[in-house]
Design a protein around this ligand. Sequence first.
Ligand code: CUA
Length: 179
Amino acid sequence: MSVHYGDPQIAIGVVFAALALLLGAVFLAIGLQARSDVPDERVHRVGYWLRKRWLALLVVIGVVVVGISLLDLPFASGSDHGRAVVKVTGGQFFWSLVPNRVPAGTAIRFDITSIDVNHGFGLYDPHGHLIGSVQAMPGYHNRLDLTLRDAGVYRIRCLEFCGLSHSTMESSFTVAPPK
Ligand code: CUA
């Protein structure tokens, strides 16, 4: 998976606001047109016919959209062939990353575990955006495949409450400019 640095949060917010306004306008239009002289029998027949088909359409769209999004999941289970493996270990209250520096554009597999309790591995790009997150669990190795193209310092923060000093559980990961 490659990572792009527009501002997807803003884009999603704008799309969401536009759709919400559109939905509000539809409700308003329907409300203004509503009449009380339509017989119930007709409302049921037409409304229920529409409702069944609308539900079927939403189910199909939902399955297709979720299915497509699964193709781009960064959580890996296959071979790490061709990837630089970064061993990540979480513990109360530190992160260890080996190595903690790679050249820009390297295909990385983060191999993440914990030595004590559950932690949340959260990776932030140099602009402060969360670009990857996976649980660090004792006895398990969770894998996250990412290719980091922007050089700079990436922060690691713990995203799961893991004890009194959870909020101090931070580290960094350096992506060096390509040679
Ligand atoms: Cu580790 Cu919170």
